[in-house]
Design a protein around this ligand. Structure first.
Ligand SMILES: [Zn+2]
Length: 362
């Protein structure tokens, strides 16, 4: 046995009641606010650590890793308080699952995806939904439907497109493509004619924010200084749809989007209605695979979609993104790490990246 580490910290005398409660709940929201060290093992942990609860008399609280280490404690190998946070590790596991889905010849089962992520199917399903806003099944279907969008834009008729994309019966296509496109294939071909879009303008820490949604999901999140400019932007993007101001019900959606913009790492628990060309959709899909707290270069995104020469087209697709933060084009930077441009202002890009980095190191 080695000597017990020094435990002469003020918290040892008066253990914080709130910290104890967080520790007992294994509350991931408390991660980053403090760590606890266990005198009997010489190890310090995040509040969310899944290890057996320590005896109260053995616990010392510290506000930082450095303090715990100075007092002679080692980081726990299980909860890795010195490594990426649980939310970052989860985002990485989900991003890896998305890649599995995209690369698989045959659609992988939930059990396979969960096993690859090292989680139970139930847990994986919950985490995937939390991070992406959609279920693994919906993501698989969306990926398949992306091919239909591709064919729809060239094909002579909707029926032709359905058969060319490999769907046996048109009934099944309408079922799954409706959820993906946010409108039926016929209205998609007409550029959204007959679609009704609700919208509202609010305020967030980044300035004005316009949130718009079809009945299928959020179709635009626009950021700026001037609400009128945001509305004009919306009108240009959806020139053939009917735009109506959001009612009281819609406020809840706006509130949820604003909450998400303030803490992107938490994920947006709302379905998205993503339009755009087939190429834009592929770029945007790749952007959504970059976890919060990370960045990628335009060239890396071009590689990721299998078009290494299309770096400029990738940059244009980032600029055309209608869903600020939800499609995280702010996580794309120059190859040398420089911020480059941002459709909604480079200052907002810097703010977003800063806050995601802060969330990630907790
Ligand atoms: Zn631990």
């Amino acid at each position: 046995m080695t000597a017990a580490p020094d435990t002469a910290a003020p918290d040892a005398i008066d253990p914080d009641v709130e910290r104890w409660a967080s520790l007992r709940r294994r509350d991931p929201a408390a991660d980053g606010r403090f760590v606890y060290a266990v005198r009997s093992t010489g190890v310090y942990c995040r509040p969310s650590c899944a290890a057996r609860s320590p005896r109260p008399e053995n616990v010392v609280f510290y506000t930082s890793n450095a303090e715990a280490e100075q007092a002679g404690f080692r980081p726990c190998k299980r909860c890795r308080p010195d490594g990426p946070s649980q939310s970052v590790r989860r985002a990485e596991a989900v991003a890896a699952a998305c890649r599995l889905i995209e690369e698989a010849e045959e659609v992988p089962h939930l059990e396979e995806l969960a096993a690859a992520a090292g989680m139970s199917p139930h847990h994986f399903h919950r985490i995937f939904k939390q991070v992406t806003g959609v279920t693994p099944r919906a993501y698989v279907q969306a990926h398949r439907a992306a091919r239909v969008v591709d064919v729809l834009q060239q094909a002579g008729s909707v029926t032709e497109a359905i058969y060319e994309a490999g769907y046996g019966s048109s009934g099944r296509f309408y079922e799954s493509a409706g959820g993906r496109l946010g409108m039926t294939p016929t209205s998609y071909r007409k550029g959204g004619v007959g679609e009704t879009i609700r919208f509202a303008v609010g305020v967030c820490s980044l300035g004005s924010i316009l949130v718009a949604a079809t009945e299928r999901g959020v179709c635009a999140i626009l950021l700026g200084d001037d609400p009128d400019m945001l509305l004009r932007d919306l009108q240009e993007r959806f020139s053939r749809a009917e735009l109506i101001g959001g009612d009281a019900d819609f406020e809840a959606t706006v509130a949820q989007v604003v909450g998400f913009v303030e803490a992107p790492g938490m994920g947006l628990g709302l379905p998205l209605d993503i339009g755009g060309t087939a190429f834009q959709q592929r770029v945007w899909q790749a952007l959504r695979a970059i976890p919060a707290g990370r960045t990628a270069s335009y060239a890396e995104i071009a590689d990721a979609i299998g078009e290494p020469a299309a770096v400029r087209a990738v940059a244009r697709a980032c600029g055309a993104n209608p869903l600020a933060v939800a499609i995280p084009c702010h996580r794309v930077v120059r190859s040398d790490g420089g911020l480059s441009g941002y459709r909604w202002g480079v200052e907002r890009k810097r703010d977003l990246l800063d806050r995601e980095r802060r969330e990630a190191v907790q």
